[in-house]
Design a protein around this ligand. Structure first.
Ligand code: ADP
Length: 540
């Protein structure tokens, strides 16, 4: 016997429809590439998304076609999200920080029908256009006055929107239809496409909004620093209309001064981004003696958030850190770190320690850890193993079946090594390819990096394994010092004593001017391993 409830498909268009009807004057504020601050309400965004949906149809974009974007966080990008997915096409957000060859591969692999771009990316588009012949229209996301010259045949976004009526009814779409496409940066091999559905996107938006996730509401002002081309800004462009939160888009200016200015001017309450972004912001705020007057909490994830950063935000600036873990293949949210009632009365040091883990799974995400033979390991907070996940917003295979079936008996292997404790808190030990194997035992590069980051002279730290004749691999600490600070190799190594097991202490330290990052802001360990492949440890 079936239940007798309406079988209404979950749809992305319903999110903007809801926000229009019930939060029509709630603002979306954007710092534009053209240099001004743009503001309007959800009703305006919905109207223009409908105009754009008509325009897409006129351009010959059919259901399931891919609509590419090379764009910052801004209102036009938001409109494309809804116009494309709402009309049955697939919004394909492209990370402009990838190498041009990777972007060419991605655009051609996705078979993008049209491609929208912010003016910043014109030089990139000029390179791509001759190599991406399948793209039928290149649309500059600006008005006529700012349209670039040059040899390329471009369409103008504002003209396209203006020349179409807002008389458009969102079609009813099978909730399992594709709605969004995002390629993982793939440190090795070709990038692989993760294809989100209407159902997965809406369920993820519900999950992300929950009190023990991001706790989003119609009283929030949300500024996603995480780009809309990095796993859909972690779903915030969907969760904000779902709850009716004000949205603030920072555009291309992601430096500390620009972000802090926007936080204060727009009374931002909640933000989200990778640790590297916050390093810049905290340095700026500290050097200027500034405060956060409205910011209540910030989501930090994408790579491990150093405990020192959590403490600075919470203890010095009274901003709560929501340490979160996820991946492109998980839409991306898997876990968020919040306390349970029983933790509130704990001594501060114990609560602080609990916050360093990646948190508890959101309902909808099931996880387990297994050994190399696939045998499940205990949830005792001590055993660590390969982390597997499953759930309705987790990828079942890659676009065009790239790389074959990724699942293991119905579970998605995350490539992370982690512990799970009886309360559900998950702690990432390492990415399996980054873990350092010393004499048959494992050393967590993340733990060593976290310990180094607590040193006041360290701006950023990375730990990699380098070859050792006796132990196979031993840890090498790569450090970028804060400007004007000095610290010696010996002092740094001494700093680890008492902070990590003695045999974990790195064998050597090298100082560098820059630590390389991936296109999504993670430390590029492959590059460091290459760079220091021939490094001779003094202990060797
Ligand atoms: P890519 O950068 O390859 O596209 P993702 O952005 O999906 O991949 O990154 C997912 C990976 O990032 C996770 O598998 C994990 O290794 C790492 N990661 C994400 N959040 C955290 C966190 N809070 N702590 C530690 N590692 C994290």
């Amino acid at each position: 016997m079936h239940g007798l409830m309406m079988d209404m498909p979950l749809s992305i268009a319903a999110l903007i429809q809801h926000a229009d009807r019930h939060h029509g004057d709630t603002e979306i504020v954007s710092r534009t590439v053209e240099g001004h601050l743009h503001r309007y309400g959800y009703s305006d965004a919905h109207r223009r998304a409908r105009q754009l949906a008509n325009a897409l149809r006129a351009l010959g974009v059919k259901p399931h076609d891919r609509v590419g974007t090379l764009a910052w966080n801004g209102y036009r990008h938001f409109e494309i999200y809804y116009a494309a997915s709402g009309s049955g096409a697939v919004v394909h957000t492209i990370n402009p920080r990838l190498f041009p060859e990777q972007i060419t591969y991605i655009v051609n692999h996705a078979d993008d029908a049209v491609l929208f771009f912010d003016l910043t990316f014109l030089p990139l588009v000029e390179k791509l256009a001759p190599l991406c012949r399948g793209v039928r229209a290149w649309i500059a996301m600006t008005d006529r006055a700012h349209m670039p010259g040059g040899g390329l045949d471009l369409l103008c976004y504002e003209e396209l929107v203006d020349s179409h009526s807002d008389d458009y009814r969102w079609p009813e779409i099978d909730e399992r239809s594709a709605a969004g496409l995002c390629y993982t940066s793939g440190t090795t091999g070709n990038p692989k496409g993760v294809l989100y559905s209407h159902r997965s996107t809406v369920l993820h938006a519900y999950g992300a909004s929950l009190p023990d996730a991001l706790n989003l509401s119609a009283r929030d002002v949300v500024l996603p620093v995480v780009p809309m081309f990095h796993v859909n800004a972690w779903g915030l462009p969907y969760a904000a209309p779902l709850v009716g939160a004000k949205l603030v888009f920072p555009g291309a200016q992601l430096d500390g001064a620009s972000l802090h200015g926007l936080f204060e001017a727009e009374k931002v309450t909640c933000s989200a981004g990778v640790p590297t972004i916050w390093l810049g912001l905290l340095n700026h705020v500290k050097s200027q003696g500034q405060r956060f007057t409205t910011l209540e909490r910030t989501v930090i994830g994408g790579s491990a958030c150093p405990p020192a950063m959590i403490r600075t935000f919470e203890d010095d600036y009274r901003v709560r850190v929501l340490h979160a873990w996820g991946m492109s293949e998980m839409s991306p949210l898997g876990t968020v770190n919040t306390f349970k009632a029983k933790h509130l009365a704990l001594p501060k040091a114990q609560r602080d320690a609990l916050q360093n883990s990646q948190g508890r799974p959101i309902f909808g995400v099931d996880m387990k850890i297994v050994d190399d033979e696939g045998k499940e390991l205990p949830r005792d907070g001590k055993a660590f193993g390969n982390l597997l996940v499953r759930g309705p917003w987790i990828c079942s295979s890659y676009f065009k079946d790239e790389g074959g079936d990724p699942l293991r008996e119905g579970w998605f292997p995350t490539g992370d090594v982690a512990t799970l404790d009886p309360d559900g808190y998950m702690q990432i030990t390492d990415r399996s390819k980054d873990v350092i194997k010393s004499g048959g035992e494992w050393i967590s590069s993340i733990d060593l990096e976290n310990a180094a980051m607590a040193h006041p002279a360290v701006a950023e730290a990375a730990v990699i394994g380098v070859a050792h004749p006796k132990w196979d691999e031993r840890p090498l600490l790569v450090v970028m010092r804060k400007p004007g600070e000095s610290v010696s190799r010996e002092a740094l190594l001494q700093f680890f004593e008492g902070r990590v097991a003695k045999w974990w202490i790195p064998d050597d330290v090298v100082f560098v001017d820059q630590i390389p990052h991936t296109a999504t802001g993670k430390i590029l360990k492959t590059k460091l391993r290459e760079q220091f492949r021939d490094h001779r440890l003094s202990t060797a």
